[in-house]
Design a protein around this ligand. Structure first.
Ligand SMILES: [Zn+2]
Length: 161
């Protein structure tokens, strides 16, 4: 294979990785929002079982159910409003129904994950290392965001002398 063919393939792989990364970034936004809520619900359920008390059965809530909605008006987000980064730009950063501002963090996480995936595949190619690097970096990103959300509002303890 000539070097120009190899370079063209490399560019195609990096672009595909960027697109996969954008979609994974969209999923990371879901995980970062829902996983702490799912864990809290499970903790409440376990506490109730340990204390032999009962809690009201809640509606199913996991990474796929219910479908994404606008937190302001409850408008169910349609597939074409859920295309990573592009939908945010097309909607002008607002809900299509109630025009409430959508956080810039969502497209930023999507774009950043796209860049992470593209960088990993550019660095290692479509190899086990490249795919592992992409997966591990996206898991780390999700963990950092969850940690940040949980601890962002807690004041830093002053140093005791
Ligand atoms: Zn809305």
């Amino acid at each position: 294979m000539s070097s120009s063919h190899a370079e063209t393939l490399q560019i195609i792989y990096v672009c595909c990785a960027a697109w996969v990364g954008l979609c994974i970034g969209s999923f990371i936004n879901v995980v970062v929002y829902r996983l702490p809520i799912m864990l809290e619900r499970r903790r409440q359920q376990e506490r109730a079982e340990l204390t032999f008390s009962t809690i009201e059965p809640a509606a199913p809530f996991n990474l796929s159910v219910p479908r994404s909605r606008c937190p302001s008006c409850g408008h169910q987000i349609r597939w074409f409003e859920n295309i990573p980064v592009l939908s945010y730009i097309a909607l002008g950063g607002r809900c299509s129904s109630c025009k409430t501002h959508i956080s810039r963090r969502y497209p930023m996480v999507e774009a950043f994950t796209g860049i992470l995936f593209a960088f990993c595949i550019w660095l290692f190619g479509v190899t086990g290392a490249g795919i592992t690097c992409s997966i591990v970096s996206s898991i780390l990103l999700a963990q950092v965001l969850i940690y940040r959300d949980l601890h962002a509002n807690q004041p830093t303890k002053p140093v005791e002398m």
